[in-house]
Design a protein around this ligand. Structure first.
Ligand code: C2E
Ligand code: MG
Ligand code: MG
Ligand code: MG
Length: 279
């Protein structure tokens, strides 16, 4: 029984929300039901090219629609899903919904690339590439319209295998981004070996631009590094004009954040994108 062993992530959840172990157990039980009943939806947040005034892709962010609790954010169940081994199934559901949605947008005449977050546990499964290929085949989504967001921690484990997996995905035409960049311990040497399309500067660095001037050099250094390595660079969690100005001045013209769009349900995406292009 999983509750016999409360792991680090679970303890964090427990502390954060003052949940007692019984409630944690009940959440885990609910999560199993949620997987069986597919109680998940995706919200989408556009990535904006502020120079071109265009949307480069939309990131899919999962939400659990709990029958009693209502909408549960991923921060409150992804760690539990990882500890209980449910994450590959949840990741599979997210990938499927995202591919179906992107295919629907394509058929509506509005091709939009969709970026799906991948947990380390799922990425390291031996048949991960096969899972992705199957999903593309089942949904009919062209691989060029799929992007995968992988965190740095994935990259540093078993470098040779990761390189092989990334190369296979890349050869299919899928893009790969490194999420929350700067929070892990990537070796620049390794980064250079992988077919990575873009680095996403973690929100914590972006938000320090206007509050902690001494951390701003971290942002400019990541931008310069990405450019040197021939990768795109995108800032996540951009909330203020000051941040936009700073990023643009230093050569980062791809941004994502509440200043432009909040994550939104699929049925609002086209309308909101059209509205920006008009104004
Ligand atoms: P992430 O991939 O780094 O996603 C960015 C998070 O920052 C999202 O939170 C997004 O709503 C939020 N955000 C975006 N712009 C702003 C902003 O301007 N200000 C602030 N304060 N926040 C902003 P969300 O949706 O709660 O997702 C949290 C994390 O959960 C994600 O971080 C990702 O690591 C994970 N996640 C989400 N969906 C999935 C999924 O389908 N599979 C897996 N494995 N993980 C997921
Ligand atoms: Mg992400
Ligand atoms: Mg991120
Ligand atoms: Mg993040």
């Amino acid at each position: 029984v999983h509750t016999a062993k409360i792991t680090r992530h679970q303890v964090e959840i427990y502390r954060q929300s003052d949940r007692d172990p019984a409630e944690l157990y009940s959440l885990e039980k609910d999560l199993r039901v949620a997987v069986a009943n597919r109680e998940f939806v995706l919200y989408y947040q556009p990535k904006v090219d502020i120079q071109q005034g265009s949307i480069t892709s939309v990131e899919a962010l999962i939400r659990w629609i709990h029958p009693q609790r209502g909408m549960v954010s991923p921060a409150d169940f992804i760690p539990l899903a990882e500890d209980t081994g449910l994450i590959p199934q949840i990741g599979d559901i997210a990938l499927e919904i995202a591919c179906l949605q992107a295919k629907a947008w394509l058929e509506a005449g509005t091709p939009l690339r969709v970026a799906v977050n991948v947990s380390a546990l799922q990425f390291h499964q031996g048949d991960y590439v096969e899972q992705v290929v199957d999903k593309l085949r089942q949904t009919g989504l062209p691989p060029e319209l799929l992007e995968l967001e992988i965190t740095e921690s994935v990259v540093m484990k078993d470098v040779e295998r990761v390189k092989q997996t990334m190369q296979e995905l890349h050869q299919l035409g899928i893009s790969i981004s490194i999420d929350d960049f700067g929070t892990g311990y990537s070796s620049l040497q390794y980064l250079n070996l992988f077919p990575i399309q873009s680095l996403k500067i973690d929100r914590s660095f972006v938000q320090s631009i206007d509050s902690q001037a001494d951390r701003a050099p971290i942002v400019t250094t990541i931008i310069a590094m990405a450019q040197t390595l021939g990768m795109e660079v995108i800032a996540e969690g951009v909330e203020t004009e000051e941040q936009v100005d700073f990023l643009f001045k230093h050569g980062c013209n791809l941004v994502q954040g509440f200043i432009y769009f909040r994550p939104m349900p699929a049925d609002q995406v086209l309308e909101q994108i059209m509205n920006t292009q008009k104004s």
